[in-house]
Design a protein around this ligand. Structure first.
Ligand code: AMP
Length: 438
C-alpha cells in the first residue's frame, strides 16, 4: 500500500460563478480515488497578477492526503480544470474558470518541464501563500529553490550543461552581460516554459566593445543578478573571467556579413563580430536546445540567426518580445546611466516609433516620409543629443526595403541622451498595431 502524502493545492477563478467553480474543484477532488480532502481554506478576493487586464480572482487552497504521484495528480488537476469549462487554448495567463496549482507535495522539490514544486514564485505570492498559512503551513518550512550553481570555468560549464541535458531534458540558454532587469527575466521565463533546465550566462564581453566605449563602467551587480536568476528558476549561471573565456593567445573571430551592415554595424564596426564570437563559444559549450535573445537588439538577433544557420549550430534561436518600463521605454541595462530628466525625455523614442506607425496605419507607404516623421519627433526633444539612425528595414532579417511603397517593415532607432551620452536602441513594426507599453 502506497503511503499517503500531504499535498496543498491552490485554487483560483476569475470567470463565471467563481465560488461555484472553487467548490466544484473541492468536490471533484474529494470524489477522486487516491485523494482525501482534509481541509479547505476560506476563499478570498485578490487582484490579478500578470497577464492581460482581467477581473479579480477568488483564491483558496486545499490540503489533501494523496497516494497519487505528482504527475498523476497534475493530470487530475487538468481534467478538473477542463470540466469547469477552462479551455486549453485560452490566452496565456488570461481569465479562467478554474486554476488548480500543485503548491506543495510533501517536502518534495520537483523540477520538470511539466511541473515545478514548490512554484518558483510561491513565496512572493500572497494570493497563494495566505490560504496556505490558514491551512497551517509555515512559509519558513517551504523548501526554497536552490540558488543557481555558479560556474567560472568553461570546461566545467560544458560538463554541467551535459548533465542538465541528461534523460532527454531540454536545455535553454540565456546569454547576457548581467545588470539584469525584467527584459532578461522575460527571456528566462520563456526558457523555463519551453525547457526543463535553463542556463544563463553573465559575461561583459570585451570583444564587442570598442576602446572608447563603456566596458569599464558597465554595471556589474552580480549578487542582484544571481538573485534574479534564482527567482526565475535558472539552474546554472556561467560567469567566467575574461581570461577564462579568452586565453592570452586567443585570436579567432566569427566574421559577420549582410545583417551586420549599417545601423549598429556602422556606428560600432567590430561589435557584431565580437557578439557572434562570444555567442558561438557559449553555444558550443552549452549545446542548448534553444537559445533566447531579445527583439530589443533586433540587429543582433538577425546577425545571430544568420550565424546559427551558417555554422549549423545545434538547437534553435528564439526571439523574444521587448519588455518596456511603464512609460514605454525599452528596458536596458544602460538606462541606469541616465539622469532623471534624460530618462524622462528618452520616451520620445517610443513616441517616434508610434508616430511612424500611426502614419503607416493611416495609409502612408513612403519610407522616406515615415522616417522623416519619426526624426521630426526626435528633433522636438531638446535632450536628445544625437540621432545615430532611423531606418526602416524588413521585419525580421532587417534587409533593406525595395524601392517604392513599403509593406511590412520594422523601424529601428538609435539615439543619444545625457552627458556622457548613452545610446538607446529601440524598434517596432510599423505595420502591426502592437502596444508599445509593458
Ligand atoms: P544584454 O545583457 O544587454 O547583452 O542582453 C541580453 C539579452 O537580453 C539580449 O538577447 C537582449 O536582446 C535581451 N534584452 C535586453 N533588454 C531587453 C528588453 N527590454 N526586452 C527583451 N529582451 C531584452
Amino acid at each position: 500500500m502506497t503511503r499517503a502524502v500531504l499535498a496543498w493545492l491552490g485554487l483560483g477563478s476569475n470567470l463565471g460563478d467563481r465560488e461555484a467553480n472553487l467548490r466544484f474543484a473541492c468536490e471533484r477532488l474529494a470524489r477522486t480515488p487516491g485523494i482525501a480532502v482534509e481541509a479547505v481554506s476560506t476563499f478570498r478576493e485578490t487582484a490579478p497578477v500578470g497577464g492581460p487586464p482581467q477581473g479579480a480572482f477568488l483564491n483558496g487552497a486545499v490540503r489533501i492526503a494523496t497516494t497519487l504521484s505528482p504527475p498523476a495528480l497534475l493530470a487530475v488537476q487538468k481534467a478538473i480544470e477542463r470540466e469547469a469549462g477552462r479551455r486549453a487554448d485560452g490566452p496565456h495567463h488570461g481569465p479562467r474558470e478554474l486554476d488548480i496549482d500543485l503548491l506543495l507535495y510533501g517536502d518534495a522539490t520537483i523540477d520538470t518541464r511539466e511541473l515545478v514544486v514548490p512554484h518558483p514564485r510561491l513565496l512572493e505570492r500572497s494570493f497563494a501563500l495566505d490560504p496556505l498559512r490558514e491551512l497551517g503551513v509555515d512559509p519558513g518550512t517551504i523548501p526554497r529553490r536552490e540558488s543557481p550553481r555558479v560556474i567560472r570555468d568553461p570546461a566545467e560549464f560544458a560538463a554541467h550543461c551535459d548533465a542538465l541535458r541528461r534523460g532527454g531534458c531540454r536545455l535553454g540558454l540565456v546569454p547576457t552581460m548581467g545588470a539584469l532587469h525584467e527584459g532578461h527575466a522575460s527571456l528566462m521565463r520563456r526558457a523555463r516554459a519551453d525547457c526543463d533546465r535553463v542556463a544563463a550566462t553573465i559575461f561583459v564581453n570585451p570583444l564587442q566593445f570598442a576602446p572608447h566605449e563603456d566596458l569599464a563602467r558597465y554595471p556589474r551587480p552580480f549578487a542582484a543578478d544571481l538573485a534574479l536568476c534564482a527567482r526565475e528558476g535558472v539552474a546554472l549561471v556561467f560567469a567566467p573571467s575574461v581570461e577564462a573565456m579568452y586565453g592570452k593567445d586567443f585570436i579567432s573571430r566569427i566574421a559577420v556579413g549582410r545583417e551586420a551592415v549599417g545601423m549598429e554595424g556602422a556606428v560600432r564596426p567590430d561589435h557584431f563580430s565580437g557578439v557572434a564570437t562570444v555567442v558561438t563559444i557559449l553555444w558550443s559549450l552549452a549545446r542548448p536546445d534553444f537559445g533566447y535573445f531579445g527583439q530589443k537588439d533586433a540587429q543582433q538577433l538577425a546577425v545571430l540567426r544568420r550565424v546559427h544557420q551558417d555554422l549549423r549550430l545545434c538547437g534553435a534561436i528564439v526571439g523574444c518580445p521587448i519588455v518596456r518600463d511603464a512609460d514605454g521605454l525599452a528596458m536596458s541595462s544602460r538606462n541606469v546611466y541616465l539622469q532623471p530628466e534624460d530618462r524622462r525625455a528618452a520616451v520620445v523614442i517610443v513616441a517616434a516609433l508610434r508616430e511612424a506607425r500611426a502614419r503607416f496605419l493611416a495609409g502612408e507607404r513612403d519610407a522616406e516620409r515615415l522616417v522623416a516623421a519619426a526624426r521630426e519627433r526626435l528633433a522636438g526633444e531638446p535632450r536628445c543629443r544625437a540621432v545615430d539612425y532611423v531606418e526602416l528595414r524588413a521585419p525580421d532579417d532587417l534587409a533593406p526595403l525595395p524601392k517604392g511603397p513599403i509593406g511590412p517593415a520594422r523601424l529601428l532607432i538609435a539615439a543619444r541622451f545625457g552627458d556622457p551620452a548613452t545610446r538607446l536602441l529601440d524598434n517596432a513594426r510599423v505595420d502591426v498595431d502592437e502596444v508599445l507599453a509593458p
